[in-house]
Design a protein around this ligand. Structure first.
Ligand code: COA
Length: 146
């Protein structure tokens, strides 16, 4: 699994990121737009398995040593082959290589696949956020010290 940093100031790449988020996070209460992306400090990465682009992930630095990983997506046609697990590991490794000491992410309680991946990789449930983004959408906060 290889991650490639996206230059979201490139309009074509920015559009691609916005489309991915729109497609895979249709329920979000705060959809990503081109305007928001340009102002965002989140670093987005495209993920490659060999030469195939299979997904995306992002890092949102809260402090120089605390980061939230966001928008970790494996495109539909590549799911169920262990790539989600590899992508989760790759973005954690990327955080570590950038000096992060504590990594976390928030995941919907009904997203059993991602919750299972994170628990398997040593994350612990550190919090529950009921009705976090919107009514009925409860999220776990999962964290790991690196
Ligand atoms: C979450 C996501 C990245 C997983 O990708 P994936 O490539 O299908 O995941 P994997 O193939 O690596 O599967 C991971 C594990 O989950 C397990 N799993 C599958 N369905 C499961 C379920 N319903 N409950 C629990 N575990 C499940 C798999 O068996 C596998 O574990 P194993 O290797 O021990 O058998 C993908 O579904 C996705 O992109 N979803 C949309 C975006 C999203 O929700 N991102 C996470 C929050 S930001």
């Amino acid at each position: 699994m290889r991650l490639e940093l996206c230059d979201h100031t490139d309009p074509k790449i920015a559009q691609e990121i916005v489309e991915i988020v729109k497609k895979y996070y249709p329920d979000t209460a705060w959809p990503l737009t081109l305007e928001k992306l340009l102002q965002s400090k989140v670093k987005y990465y495209f993920a490659f398995d060999g030469d195939k682009k299979i997904g995306m992930s992002g890092i949102d630095f809260k402090t120089p040593t605390l980061a939230e990983t966001v928008k970790t997506v494996v495109f539909k046609e590549f799911r169920g082959q262990g790539l989600g697990e590899k992508l989760s590991q790759a973005i954690e490794d990327e955080c570590r290589s950038q000096g992060v000491k504590k990594v976390m992410s928030t995941i919907y309680t009904f997203n059993h696949v991602m919750v299972a991946i994170k628990l398997k990789q040593g994350y612990r449930i550190e919090g529950l956020h009921p009705d976090h983004e919107k009514e009925g959408f409860h999220e776990y906060s999962l964290g790991k010290k690196l």
